[in-house]
Design a protein around this ligand. Structure first.
Ligand code: GLP
Length: 249
């Protein structure tokens, strides 16, 4: 699927520093939590999210922000990991957000040994929650969202995906044994992500500048999965000035 024009124009908000971007992203979460009972929020992993989760933890301890009513949704995970795997996305997120925020209603992906049935029941559980109010996303250096690598269909559902060499390399730093990075993951599909009522994509740092311009000003193509987001009517992109450096509009 390749078109050159955008059906919708995502809201872009550019901040001087990653810390200011994190505060703005935390404001989006805080506002949703204030407005909605039991909001359903998809939480990603990745270094980009460190600032957001630190700011949310700060608000929980210092400003009495309550996240215990939030229904958290897992976005992606390695295949073959369980609760004992310290490198799992679940463990990463538990340390930084779920445990400190008392957020214990969390829909996990069936990552240990995913089957069509268990993946289908994850999607059914999402639907039973009434769908996602806010999907928070990062962006991979190759434009992936969650673990939807280039070429992933725009209507893909939650499934097992192969990680390409570039993504495995980018994730090597998280693994004690760098040769142990799994080659497969489970990921919400692009179609699943697109059903969220609102999407917040966060990108910081100069390494994301090129891919951000490709995603939001280049052709809409499955070769740059994040570009598909321009078919969604309610997308906000929060960046720092470094990540926004190659955006023209
Ligand atoms: C991983 C995750 C993505 C994340 C991306 C960017 O591959 N599966 O969900 O958006 O990396 O990570 P970082 O923020 O570390 O650049």
């Amino acid at each position: 699927m390749i078109t050159t024009s955008s059906r919708y124009a995502p809201t872009r908000r550019v901040f001087d520093t990653p810390a200011a971007a994190a505060v703005a992203a935390a404001d989006v979460v805080t506002k949703l939590v204030a407005e909605r009972d039991q909001p359903v929020i998809t939480f990603p992993t990745g270094s980009t999210m460190e600032g957001l989760y630190a700011e949310l933890r700060r608000r929980v301890t210092e400003e009495k922000l309550e996240l215990d009513q939030v229904r958290g949704i897992q976005l992606d995970e390695y295949v073959g990991v369980d609760d004992e795997t310290p490198e799992s996305f679940r463990a990463w997120l538990s340390d930084r957000l779920l445990r400190p925020a008392g957020l214990d209603r969390f829909l996990r992906l069936p990552s240990l040994a995913p089957t069509p049935e268990s993946l289908g029941s994850y999607e059914a559980s999402l639907a039973a929650l009434g769908g996602v109010d806010l999907a928070i996303l990062g962006i991979g250096g190759n434009g992936h969202i969650a673990f939807n690598e280039p070429g992933s269909p725009a209507d893909s559902r939650t499934r097992v995906v192969q990680l390409n060499a570039r993504t495995q390399e980018a994730n090597r730093r998280y693994w004690g044994d760098p040769t142990a990075v799994p080659s497969e993951a489970v990921s919400q599909g692009i179609g699943t992500i697109m059903e969220a009522r609102a999407i917040l994509l966060i990108a910081t740092g100069p390494a994301k500048a090129g891919i951000l311009a490709d995603a939001f000003e280049g052709p809409i193509t499955t070769e740059v999965p994040a570009s598909i987001l321009r078919g969604h009517p309610n997308v906000t992109v929060i960046t720092d000035t470094d990540a926004a450096a190659k955006l023209r509009g």
